[in-house]
Design a protein around this ligand. Structure first.
Ligand code: SF4
Length: 360
């Protein structure tokens, strides 16, 4: 397949790895932001093929992992209401809240449905005017345009029974929080190619300059990852805090302007809690006041929920690159994909899940 198979070519990957071997002269810690990249790296064993001087740490770019427990508990409370059809992407159904998950709400009689697009939820609202249809709008810049479009469409259809439970997060403020955090070890970033496909990478030069780190826009196939790493290491070795694009077949500097426009029309920036990390200033999106009628948190009374995290779970430290999944005492014993204690194990993009599948 054009633009895919050639980026899985083992010989080209090994040539890239050999070039990294020739380029690196000292230890560097590099973070891949995105959980999809983490899975590709661990699955293909790329981190084990790199020179020992290069340490990869795994970032917070997994939408399921960083959705705060409080929002999961709110989803459970809303989904349990008899008048509600609660819709979500499938990967949120097994994410544990304080006591249970959406799957168990469904087993108990709640009307919880998996959809493939928020526009499917809008259609459900049209077909069920006597019910309240709620879509769990989580994720990064990648999912925000379609979620924003669903609100625009619901408004144009005059739907009064459609709403979003919003938990949107943005990558650049998380990068700044990691780089400015106590004990930060990250010296260079692989930026998430799909996020940059939507947002471009015009926000990154200021971060690179402020924290003096190189940032390289990187794709998801093995050769993409090796090229991204090689570019990052080249910049690190010569001390250049620059932004580079190693995913040119998909990403442009300015990104997808119409997608950015619909996000800006529907959402506004806000402080947002990240699961295991805490509140990061200006790191989320919420519905603008003119769209407050589509806000499930305003439509349903879910304000007083107090979540309970497992005291064993160190997912927050993993998501900041300070620990690895194998540092967790519960990894693979008390915490497995079948019985997850934290979201980094349940999510298909979570670092704990990747280590469990490919590294045990
Ligand atoms: S192994 Fe489980 S308990 Fe440990 S950090 Fe990962 S998700 Fe949390």
């Amino acid at each position: 397949m054009k633009y895919l198979e050639e980026f899985r070519d083992a010989e080209l990957v090994h040539r890239g790895l050999a070039e990294i071997e020739r380029t690196v002269t000292r230890p560097w810690v590099i973070m891949e932001i995105c959980g999809g990249q983490t899975h590709a790296i661990v699955r293909h064993g790329l981190d084990q093929l790199l020179p020992g001087a290069i340490e990869l740490v795994h970032g917070p770019g997994c939408p399921v992992c960083v959705t705060p427990l409080e929002q999961v508990d709110k989803a459970l409370a809303i989904a349990s209401r008899p008048e509600v059809i609660f819709t979500s992407y499938g990967d949120m159904l097994r994410v544990p809240g304080s006591g249970r998950d959406l799957m168990s709400v469904r087993a108990g009689g709640g009307d919880v449905r998996v959809v493939y697009s928020p526009l499917d939820a809008v259609q459900l609202a049209r077909e069920n005017p006597e019910r309240q249809v709620v879509f769990f709008a989580i994720g990064f810049e990648t999912t925000a345009p379609a979620n924003a479009m669903s609100v625009v469409q619901a408004q144009s259809l005059g739907l009064a029974n459609f709403s979003l439970l919003v938990s949107h997060v943005r990558v650049p403020p998380a990068m700044e929080a990691i780089l400015g955090g106590e004990g930060n070890r990250v010296q260079g970033f692989l930026a998430a190619g799909h996020v940059c496909a939507v947002m471009g990478y015009w926000e990154y030069p200021a971060i690179a300059e402020r924290f003096h780190v190189p940032i390289v826009v990187t794709g998801f196939e093995p050769l993409d990852l090796v090229q991204g790493l090689l570019e990052t290491i080249r910049l690190l070795e010569v001390g250049r805090a620059e932004v580079a694009n190693a995913y040119r077949r998909v990403v442009s500097f300015e990104g997808n302007r119409p997608a950015q426009a619909v996000i800006q029309r529907v959402f506004e920036s806000c402080d947002r809690a990240w699961r295991g990390i805490g509140i990061i200033a200006d790191s989320g999106w919420r519905l603008r006041a003119e769209f407050a009628g589509f806000d499930a948190e305003q439509r349903f009374d879910v304000g007083g929920i107090q979540p309970q995290e497992s005291p064993l779970c160190i997912a927050g430290l993993i998501l900041q690159g300070k620990k690895k999944p194998t540092d967790c005492t519960a990894f693979g014993t008390l915490c497995t994909p079948e019985q997850p204690l934290g979201a980094t194990m349940v999510s298909s993009e979570g670092a704990c899940s990747a280590y469990y599948r490919y590294r045990r």
